[in-house]
Design a protein around this ligand. Structure first.
Ligand SMILES: NC(=O)c1ccc[n+]([C@@H]2O[C@H](COP(=O)([O-])OP(=O)(O)OC[C@H]3O[C@@H](n4cnc5c(N)ncnc54)[C@H](OP(=O)(O)O)[C@@H]3O)[C@@H](O)[C@H]2O)c1
Length: 254
């Protein structure tokens, strides 16, 4: 199975920590040149330092995923630095609100939509225009099992993740045969993003899961490498659930 990415250029949004950083590390180890991106320069510099000597070259660029102009600039900087953009991972997401969806305020709903949902389109548009239309490539969107189920507390976030899953199918239809577009739907993973959940309920969730533990960022990175590599060259439009079996339980989730 060809899981090497030698000669490929990858851009991962939201890659200063967590799942995005684990994906960037996996890609660099597989030989790709990798552009890291998130909102804070200091965190990016540290993340890039942690990847030094892992294989492929690593650079970083500050960009807010929810700002289309910054998407364009970051993709442009990637192509300028490395000569192309072959693999785009739309990983950055936000969840500024917790509570009943019926009570969410419009500013926080809008921010969630811009960063989690609209960014999937704008970053892919920028990648398509600057490199992928001509050279082909692969886009991987990070959704969530929340996009497949109803849950308390994070309703609007989950709606944006459901939109990520459908955007993946639509883009796959439009961008083939040159560009493949897939998604991952992680379950509960041990990162800062979900800390409150795994700190308070982690053990109980793990005990119920068929695979007996909550996820690590590396679990998601392994699946990301597969879907972004030549080994997945006949897979497009799909959402791969990586959740320790959460969606296979009688209750249908965690
Ligand atoms: N952890 C889980 O249990 C879980 C489950 C299902 C799905 N996911 C999904 O997995 C992805 C990664 O989450 P994670 O758990 O790895 O989160 P994390 O550890 O909090 O990392 C999030 C990354 O995104 C960056 N970021 C946040 N807002 C951004 C913005 N507006 N523009 C650009 N970058 C931004 C952060 O850096 P800055 O704050 O410095 O910008 C950081 O690098 C997300 O799409 C999330 O929805 C996570």
């Amino acid at each position: 199975m060809d899981l090497r990415l030698d000669g490929k250029v990858a851009l991962v949004t939201g890659s200063s920590r967590g799942i995005g950083l684990a994906i960037a590390a996996r890609f660099a180890e597989a030989g790709a040149s990798v552009m890291l991106s998130s909102r804070k320069a200091e965190a990016l510099e540290e993340a890039a330092g942690s990847l030094a000597g892992r294989g492929g070259e690593v650079a970083w660029e500050v960009a807010n995923a929810g700002d289309p102009a910054q998407a364009e600039a970051c993709v442009g900087a990637t192509v300028e630095r490395f000569g192309s953009l072959d693999i785009l991972v739309n990983n950055a997401a936000t969840n500024p609100y917790y509570g009943r969806m019926i009570e969410i305020d419009v500013p926080r709903a809008t921010k969630t939509t811009e960063v989690n949902q609209l960014a999937i389109l704008t970053w892919t548009q920028a990648a398509w225009r600057s490199s992928m239309e001509e050279r082909g490539g692969s886009v991987l969107n990070i959704a969530s099992i929340g996009g497949l189920a109803v849950e308390p507390g994070i309703g609007w976030y989950n709606v944006t993740k459901a939109a990520v899953i459908h955007t993946t199918r639509q883009l796959a239809y439009e961008l083939g045969p040159g560009v493949r577009v897939n998604a991952l739907a992680p379950g509960l993973v041990k990162t800062l993003f979900a800390r409150e959940l795994w700190e308070t309920h982690g053990e109980a969730v793990a005990a119920r899961l068929p695979l007996g533990r909550i996820g690590e960022p590396e679990d998601i990175a392994a699946a990301a490498l597969f879907l972004s590599s030549e080994a997945a060259s006949w897979i497009t439009g799909q959402t791969l659930v990586v959740d320790g079996g959460a969606m296979s339980m009688p209750s249908g989730g965690t």
